[in-house]
Each structure stands twice: as structure tokens, then as C-alpha cells.
Write a protein that binds this ligand. Structure first.
Ligand code: COI
Length: 329
């Protein structure tokens, strides 16, 4: 079988090479993004692997069909950027990697919140200027806070365990509550209740059309003064302009953003010698109570290995058996 993989990074290479050695299949690895300007490269391949957060145009699936591609395997979990109907219409099976490492993302949520709570960026900057005073940057402890977890799938559940391990009171909201978690009595019945009772909101859900800009002025206004937002999920869940207002007014004490609504031209690109054109993003970067990271919550050795190997095995299974356990329905 012959596969083509887009957006391949150096740190993925050894897992691709290992799989090729073990299975004897062919995988052409390219650093390029997959879009309409590169889709012609997929001609003659059985399957296409990609990993990116931008939208894949519907016409791409028609091209796949024309070029004989059977399967589109994404090396990540989120499929909210894929029009599954367009894929189905063209007979393309889509697979994802539903659980490459929920802990990677959950741990990052806690890592970033802890930094905000203990003002580590502020202290690092002060120490760099030889200002070793403490006040007024007194921190907060997790066990004095209520953490609101939005989305209780695999990642949300890992986050709940870690936050509870630190002694935080956890409340959670999900349209489809998990029966096991229900026994913990942590679910609230509405976003209203979640936003008004949490000191911290951490997002662990896909960005469905219904949840676009879930964190908006209205919901932010329900929050306690001096609360925190952590987003390691999808940028589209937050109305960034509303968030900036809340950070400036003190409604929010801080935010950690590992995703951003217009991130695809920014994150995982070297823009060090360029002016950033996105004025809203520039404004975010200038705020000292915001931690911006370039969609790296997932980025651990465990996760990268699983993303590559599971996506390759899924593509192989679909080509061999017509289906795989990771087919997105
Ligand atoms: C995902 O797995 O959906 C992520 O957000 C990771 C990213 C590299 C696409």
C-alpha cells in the first residue's frame, strides 16, 4: 500500500520510519500543508495522512476520489474542520486518533493555570530586571478554587482527575453527561450555572457550530470578578475580542490560550522576522495576564508516537478491510 503524509515534522519521522520498516508499506512524507495547492500530490496514493487545524475545502474530497485515494487519516482527534458529508459523498473514509494521550492536554491545562495562579511570568520578568520583591503578586492555591470543566470526554475526564488530585472543587458541564462521573455529583445543569460558580473555566470540547464563541461577553459577565479561562481545545470557542475586554477590565484575572480562532497561519510557523498582521492576536500577545502557546498541549512524546502509528494503522486497515476502529462516523 502507498500512503502520503502531509505536515510531517522531524519529531514524527522516527515513528514513520519504524512503521514502514515493520509493515513494508510505502509512506511519502512531506512537510507541506495539505490544501488545494498541494492536493495533486495525492494522485495514485491509497491514503492521505494530515494534521492541521484549518478547514479542508469540500473540493479536496472530490480530488481524492479522482486520484484514487480511499482514506483520509488525520493524525489528531478533532474533526470539526472536516466536512464529513463531503468526504462521504466522494466515498472517502475519514479516520482520526481519538485518544493519543488525553493526559497530555489535561496536564497542560493544569500547567498553564498554575503559572497564572502563581504569577510565574511576572516573577520571571521581575527577576530578569533584578527586582526581587514579592508584593503585590500573592498567589492562589488550587484547593481554594472551583474549576469548571466544559466537556467531559476523555480529555475532560483526565483534567477532572488531575484538578481533583490538587484538591480543587470541580464542577462540570456536558450535553451528554458521563454516567460514571455523575456518581461524583460534579455536573451542573447549565452553562449559566457553570459560568457563575466557577473561578476557572477549562475548555475540553470540540467547536461545534452551536458552541462557537461560547465564551462571549454575556457568559464572561456571569463569571466572578478575577476568574480565569483556560483553552486547550479550539480557538473558535472563544470570542477573542470579548475575552480581551474582560482581561482588561479585571473581570478575568488571566487566561491561558493554547488555541486561537485564526491560528492556522500563525501557530507552528516561524514568524520571527515578520510583522504579525492579525491586530487582535497582537493585542493578546501584549497582555501580561495572558499565556499564549502555539497549540502545543498535545505535544508530548507519547502523543506524537500514538498519533503517527494509530493514523498509519487506521489507513492500512481501511485499505485492507474497508474499515478501522477509528473511522469517524
Ligand atoms: C487535536 O488532536 O485535535 C489537536 O487539537 C491537536 C492538533 C495538533 C491538531
Amino acid at each position: 500500500m502507498k500512503f502520503i503524509a502531509f505536515n510531517v515534522r522531524e519529531d514524527e519521522e522516527k515513528y514513520f520510519a519504524q512503521w514502514v520498516d515493520e509493515t513494508g508499506n510505502e509512506v511519502l512524507r512531506l512537510p507541506d500543508m495539505l490544501d488545494m495547492s498541494t492536493v495533486d500530490k495525492t494522485k495514485g496514493f491509497d491514503g492521505v495522512l494530515a494534521l492541521q487545524t484549518g478547514v479542508y475545502p469540500d473540493e479536496m474530497f472530490a480530488k481524492f476520489k479522482e486520484y484514487g485515494v480511499k482514506v483520509f487519516s488525520i493524525r489528531n482527534v478533532g474533526v470539526d474542520n472536516i466536512n464529513l458529508e463531503a468526504a462521504k459523498k466522494n466515498g472517502i473514509v475519514v479516520t482520526n486518533v481519538p485518544a493519543y494521550s488525553p493526559n497530555a492536554i489535561a496536564e497542560f491545562s493544569v500547567t498553564q493555570l498554575m503559572q497564572l495562579l502563581r504569577n510565574t511570568t511576572i516573577f520571571r520578568n521581575k527577576v530578569a530586571k533584578q527586582d526581587f520583591r514579592w508584593a503585590p503578586y500573592v498567589g492562589k492555591e488550587l484547593r481554594s478554587l472551583t474549576v469548571g470543566v466544559v466537556g467531559t470526554g476523555r480529555i475532560g475526564r483526565a483534567a477532572i482527575d488531575i484538578y481533583r488530585g490538587f484538591g480543587a472543587k470541580v464542577i462540570a458541564y456536558d450535553l451528554y453527561p458521563n454516567p460514571e462521573l455523575k456518581k461524583l455529583g460534579i455536573y451542573v445543569d447549565s452553562y449559566d450555572e457553570l459560568f457563575s460558580n466557577a473561578d476557572v473555566i477549562t475548555l475540553h470540547m470540540p467547536a461545534t457550530p452551536a458552541d462557537q464563541h461560547l465564551v462571549n461577553t454575556e457568559n464572561l459577565n456571569k463569571m466572578k470578578d478575577g476568574s480565569y479561562i483556560i483553552n486547550t481545545a479550539r480557538g473558535a470557542l472563544i470570542d477573542t475580542k470579548a475575552l480581551i475586554e474582560a482581561l482588561k477590565s479585571g473581570k478575568l484575572a488571566g487566561a491561558a490560550l493554547d488555541t486561537y480562532e485564526n491560528e492556522s497561519d500563525i501557530f507552528n510557523h516561524d514568524l520571527s522576522n515578520q510583522e504579525i498582521k492579525d491586530a487582535t492576536f497582537k493585542e493578546l500577545l501584549a497582555l501580561d495576564n495572558v499565556l499564549v502557546t502555539p497549540h502545543v498541549a498535545f505535544y508530548t512524546e507519547t502523543a506524537v508516537e500514538n498519533m503517527v502509528l494509530i493514523a498509519l494503522n487506521s489507513a492500512k486497515d481501511v485499505c485492507k478491510d474497508g474499515t478501522a476502529s477509528t473511522v469517524v462516523k
